[in-house]
Design a protein around this ligand. Structure first.
Ligand SMILES: *Cc1c(COP(=O)(O)O)cnc(C)c1O
Length: 204
């Protein structure tokens, strides 16, 4: 079943220079093992503790495993996050940047941008993005791209387009955008990392 959806997603990605991050949050052990058996090695999780219980013991079994943190990160969890994850997609404030840099100065990070200006959503505002990026450059933390989650009730196109333009103006090569419902659109706008969960694994 995962193999069928994987085929569909892979054929959509074909021809684009983009990486599939299989979002494994809240999925069963059976499904995780099925995905690993199919050769998937790049996974996304949104909670540090849940990710530890799912992946810490599997790290030893799969040396080529790559884990991406795609959910909000509290500074008191940074140390654990830096031990487990290979990449953080949700950098959005100075305090967090300092904490990550302290524990893992080489950690590749995406700056999360709140393109829809939603008060309840994480991410730096478009207005403050350039200043925050400059702060990160001065600090020395490794910023590899921008990430966004468009508002649920909006067409994603303009958000993806804005993120692409802002990444280009900052000379950042990567765009983490596109989920189950809109990864095909995100690819058209230059996504380099698509984060797909339910479309791949089924309902959570
Ligand atoms: C859960 C989650 C996803 C995957 O969502 P699906 O709609 O199941 O593909 C992608 N990105 C983030 C930030 C998430 O929290």
């Amino acid at each position: 079943m995962i193999s069928d959806s994987l085929k569909i997603i892979r054929s959509a990605v074909d021809g684009f220079d983009a990486q599939l991050i299989a979002v494994s949050k809240q999925q069963s052990d059976e499904k995780i093992n099925e995905a690993l058996d199919l050769g998937l090695r790049t996974f996304g999780e949104n909670r540090v503790q849940e990710a530890q219980s799912r992946w810490a013991h599997r790290r030893d079994l799969y040396s080529d495993l790559k884990l991406h943190l795609i959910g909000p990160l509290q500074t008191n969890k940074v140390k654990d996050a830096c031990t487990l994850f290979n990449c953080i997609h949700t950098l959005d404030r100075e305090k967090l940047a300092r904490a990550i840099y302290k524990h893992a100065p080489d950690m590749p990070c995406f700056i999360q941008v709140n393109t829809g200006n939603e008060p309840q959503k994480a991410g730096i505002s478009l207005e403050n993005l350039d200043n925050f990026h400059q702060f990160c450059v001065d600090l020395g933390i490794k910023i590899i791209g921008l990430m966004c989650i468009p508002p649920l009730d909006d067409r994603p196109d303009s958000h993806f387009k804005t993120l692409e333009e802002r990444a280009r103006s900052l000379n950042l090569p990567n765009l983490s955008m596109g989920m189950s419902g809109d990864y095909d659109i995100a690819l058209e706008y230059g996504a380099t990392h698509i984060r797909v969960g339910s479309k791949l694994f089924g309902k959570r």
